[in-house]
Design a binder for this molecule. Structure first.
Ligand code: BEZ
Length: 395
């Protein structure tokens, strides 16, 4: 082995002193009861704005249930509106990491933005909990000891819906989605299971995110006359798609199915146009478990709104953070202890209990739901304890 030069040795020594000072600083801050800085990087404008607000509400609800503290530390929130814009994502996440010096980042909704956040978290070692964005890579090739997800991978609801639709005997299906990671990966999961079950995806249609000019694509679907249409849309785009599908005369003629985001948090705006739609997701409006009942009552009381899957994922992001910080007594620097505690936990979620897989993604039931009377009613389990195929990462 080559010995370091005097200059290199000096540099190494200085780096070690700096690291020790930082660690000591963090220790002192903890000892002096410093607040835990939580960076919320979420969309507060654009087609996913309501999703961002629901996530924040859910997160705050659980923190409030714990008396406003996690791991014994009071919380200070710092917020960034990421606008669901991947082009601004690196700058936005670096504001939280470098300018605001947050202890943990909670975000975001959009898969493209989340990938930039995961890279920054991996490079800097900042703790990141993803409360929605399903980008497969985040808990696949990009997974890291300090990155966790409280939601799903895009593959999961797609795969569950593909299995369920194949079992119902559909043969030829057209897919339609936004052309970005979430849409592509949701369709990928659907296609994998649907074709394994004997069906065929005959055409994959798409439009750029967050475009909502669906007319030409709906005309193409009408001409193709498939047995069913599978879709991934969410938020404002999902509202418009369901309404346009009905207005184009396709409702009742060609069954529309989807990843459950199509009808979650959107039903009041979609009205009767959503009646009967079949979707797969890890949450529903009619779950009969005590945790969900208590959660729904508390959420409605606090925010004068009905919760949805996004609120649940925000709530569970806080639950996961609370588990990790309880194990480290509030010290985010103890990454191995934090990860070990979260990985062996069972999270008592409003969606039903779930565990965290080795890639830090939930292992969870996927419900088959149908819209009845303005609610996503459970009509079966599409996939039991579905784990993402991510092979796990070396910690
Ligand atoms: C995503 O970009 O990963 C996503 C956005 C909204 C709902 C679900 C997934």
């Amino acid at each position: 082995m080559k010995h370091p030069s005097k200059r290199q040795a000096l540099q190494l020594g200085l780096a070690a002193v700096a690291a020790a000072t930082l660690a000591l600083g963090a220790g002192n801050a903890l000892a002096q009861g410093a607040k835990l800085k939580v960076g919320l990087m979420l969309p507060y404008t654009g087609t996913f704005a309501a999703l961002g607000t629901a996530i924040e509400n859910g997160f705050r609800l659980h923190v409030d249930e714990l008396g406003g503290k996690l791991g014994g530390r009071e919380i200070e929130y710092v917020k960034v509106d990421d606008e669901s814009d991947p082009a601004k994502a690196t700058d936005n996440v670096n504001k939280l990491i470098k300018r605001d010096n947050v202890d943990v980042i909670v975000g975001t909704v959009h898969s493209g933005v989340a990938m930039a956040m995961a890279k920054a978290a991996k490079d800097s070692g900042t703790l990141l909990i993803v409360p929605n964005a399903g980008a497969n890579a985040v808990t696949g090739p990009m997974c890291a000891p300090n990155i966790f997800r409280s939601s799903f991978s895009n593959w999961q609801p797609g795969y569950a819906m593909g299995e369920a639709l194949a079992k119902r005997g559909a043969k030829n299906v057209v897919t339609i989605t936004w052309k970005y990671a979430a849409g592509d990966e949701s369709v990928g999961g659907f296609k994998e299971a649907f074709e394994k079950g004997g069906g065929k995806v005959v055409k994959e249609l798409s439009l750029p995110f967050p475009n909502v000019e669906f007319q030409a694509l709906l005309t193409e679907i009408a001409a193709l006359k498939p047995d069913a249409v599978y879709t991934f849309f969410a938020g404002g785009g999902a509202v418009k798609f369901v309404k346009d599908y009905a207005a184009a005369g396709l409702k009742g003629k060609i069954p529309l199915v989807g990843a459950g985001f199509l009808t979650d948090g959107t039903l009041p705006a979609q009205g009767a146009d959503a009646d009967g739609l079949l979707t797969a997701l890890h949450y529903a409006d009619s779950l009969d478990n005590p945790k969900d009942k208590a959660f729904r009552t508390a959420y409605a009381q606090a925010f004068k709104l009905q919760p949805d899957v996004y609120a649940v994922q925000g709530y569970d992001a806080a639950q996961m953070l609370a588990v990790g910080l309880a194990a480290t007594k509030g010290d985010v620097g103890k990454k191995a202890e934090f990860a070990a505690a979260v990985q062996k936990a069972t999270i008592d979620s409003p969606r039903g209990k779930f565990t965290i897989g080795k890639s830090h993604n939930p292992v969870q039931d996927m419900y088959l739901r149908q819209v009845v009377g303005g609610e996503n009613k459970v009509i079966g389990i599409a996939s039991k304890a579905l784990a993402d195929p991510g092979r796990g990462c070396r910690m």
